[in-house]
Design a protein around this ligand. Structure first.
Ligand code: HEC
Length: 99
């Protein structure tokens, strides 16, 4: 069991060092998923990304701003590039469309 967890941790590390270009991999790499879940499962704080997509579907700038500068208990992310923020934002907004 523990070996399995270590394997996945290692796998994530390897993926992270490869440099992620898709949103989900980037969200893992940047530890977004340490606080956020993707799917809404009855836990609303921090909001699941599906909920964020629903709430801000007409306002990508709000999402970008929150990622860059933080919001409430969410820390700012000054080291993300603009391109990474766009990838993350598009990925989050794309979640709603899949439902
Ligand atoms: C330390 C925990 C933590 C981490 C790490 C974190 N978040 Fe958050 N995030 C939060 C919390 C808490 C909120 C709710 C803020 C509020 O509305 O008070 C939030 C809110 C958000 C929102 C909604 C903002 C809004 O305007 O409603 C977005 C989008 C978001 N996070 C994206 C991200 C992304 C992308 C990352 C990774 C780069 C990330 N978060 C990393 C805790 C975190």
């Amino acid at each position: 069991m523990n070996i399995l967890i270590m394997f996945f941790a290692l796998l994530m590390l390897v993926c992270a060092s490869a440099g992620a270009t898709d949103g989900e991999a980037l969200a893992k790499q940047r530890a977004c998923l340490g606080c956020h879940s993707v799917q809404h499962q009855g836990i609303s704080y921090p909001p699941a990304f599906e909920r964020v997509a629903e709430k801000h579907k007409d306002d990508p700038e709000q999402i970008k701003h929150s990622i860059r500068y933080g919001k409430g208990k969410m820390p700012a992310h000054p080291t993300l590039t603009d391109a990474e923020i766009v990838i993350l934002t598009n990925w989050i907004l794309g979640l709603e469309l899949k439902k």
